[in-house]
Design a binder for this molecule. Structure first.
Ligand SMILES: [Zn+2]
Length: 385
């Protein structure tokens, strides 16, 4: 149960190092592109020597190359080789896209390294013979890293990214279970009525972004988009943390495509919010020893959570109906809270049907019409409909 879990510390690098990092990123691109070419050539040979080059092979091919580079060292070259091989394997291709160092289609800078090459020196850091300063250095106190990277974002700022492992701390939550409905107006609503508003991440920024784009201030526009994305990530982190701290069993509704019709917001924005929230609930839940299940949200808006009569609003036409009263039992409902309660019911029913005899509450039964995630010891798995 107690997997350590990984969180990436991101610290902003002070601007004086940007020039050096950008130059180092060009060297990284050269190594990456060499890997790309070498593995393409090896994979397309027509004789018996044809093979898929592994990260190990690429490390061998590039050994000793460090002396031809001004900035990056052997460990960065090795990291690039192994990362390249992993990416190529994941993409199932013989070749990846080239990393571009100049021009409008430039790749965002990336300089990976191994643990030993980044050293703490008081308030500063040493890397490849260069002294770096980052903001919020205190966050590195007592932290042990295995490897990491310097990464550039779309705005052009550089960040020091360090994946750090924390031990799992399973505990017991105060409340038993919760259902979560993912929606448009609010990204998420719990069966207890707690809401995560959607619009507020962009509120006040939309107009500014549009204005910056109109005036051709691309950097400013990107900066504002980054601010909105951060606000959203921050809100999702806080919301998921609250939920995981409070509840032992968490049931999330799987979003149907119907919900995406009739919205002015970009689908990608909603998608990424929902996806991120599910991911956060899953890894935080796993870390805290909670069970998280994803169930089909079919009919959860239509049915009354009190008497289960199908008296609620149906179809897209009734998307505007936020409150309604059930004619069967007379209960007043908030549309989203009602569906969250129904999602919770579906989840509880599922759990009851497997762990009636005291078996693990982590295992959730699979039914052909639902998507369920459960833990099998290695991680999360999913069965599609
Ligand atoms: Zn009713």
């Amino acid at each position: 149960m107690s997997h350590p879990f990984t969180r990436t510390l991101k610290l902003k690098v002070r601007t004086e190092a940007y020039g050096w990092l950008s130059a180092a990123a060009v060297e990284v691109n050269q190594v990456f592109n060499f890997c790309n070419e070498a593995s393409w050539l090896a994979a397309t040979r027509t004789d018996l020597k044809r093979k898929w080059l592994s990260g190990f092979d690429l490390c061998n091919l590039t050994s000793g190359a460090a002396r031809y580079f001004e900035r990056i060292g052997a460990d960065t070259i090795q990291r690039v080789c192994t990362e390249y091989a992993q990416k190529r394997t994941a993409a199932k291709r013989r070749k990846l896209r080239w990393r571009v160092s100049r021009g409008a289609r430039r790749s965002l800078g990336w300089v990976p390294f191994k643990a030993a090459s980044l050293k703490r020196r008081g308030k500063a850091l040493r890397f490849c013979g260069k002294t770096f300063r980052v903001f919020e250095t205190h966050r590195l106190d007592g932290v042990k890293w295995k490897q990491g990277c310097f990464a550039q974002d779309a705005v052009g700022d550089w960040w020091l990214c360090l994946p750090v492992e924390y031990p799992a701390e399973p505990g017991v939550a105060l409340k038993e279970s919760v259902g979560i409905d993912l929606g448009l107006k609010d990204i998420a609503v719990t069966s207890d009525g707690e809401r995560l508003e959607c619009g507020r991440f962009y509120r006040g920024l939309e107009a500014n972004i549009a204005q910056a784009q109109r005036r051709g201030h691309r950097r400013q526009a990107k900066r504002l988009c980054r601010r909105a994305a951060r606000r959203r990530a921050d809100a999702l982190h806080k919301f998921s943390r609250r939920v995981v701290n409070q509840y032992q069993y968490i049931v999330v509704g799987d979003v149907s495509s119907q919900k995406l019709v009739k919205t002015r917001m970009a689908k990608a924005v909603l998608d990424s919010g929902w996806g991120m929230l599910k991911r956060l609930l899953q890894y935080k839940g796993e870390h805290a020893g909670r069970s998280v299940a994803v169930v089909s949200e079919r009919n959860t808006t239509r049915d009354c959570s009190c008497c289960s009569a199908p008296t609620g609003p149906t179809g897209q036409d009734n998307l505007v109906v936020r409150h309604w009263r059930c004619p069967e039992c007379g209960t007043e409902h908030d549309r989203d809270v009602n569906s969250a309660q129904n999602i919770l019911r579906v989840g509880l029913r599922k759990r009851a049907s497997v762990c009636g005899n005291g078996s693990s509450p982590d295992i959730i039964p699979l039914e052909p019409d639902t998507c369920v995630r459960a833990r099998d010891g290695q991680g999360w798995w999913r069965t599609a409909a």
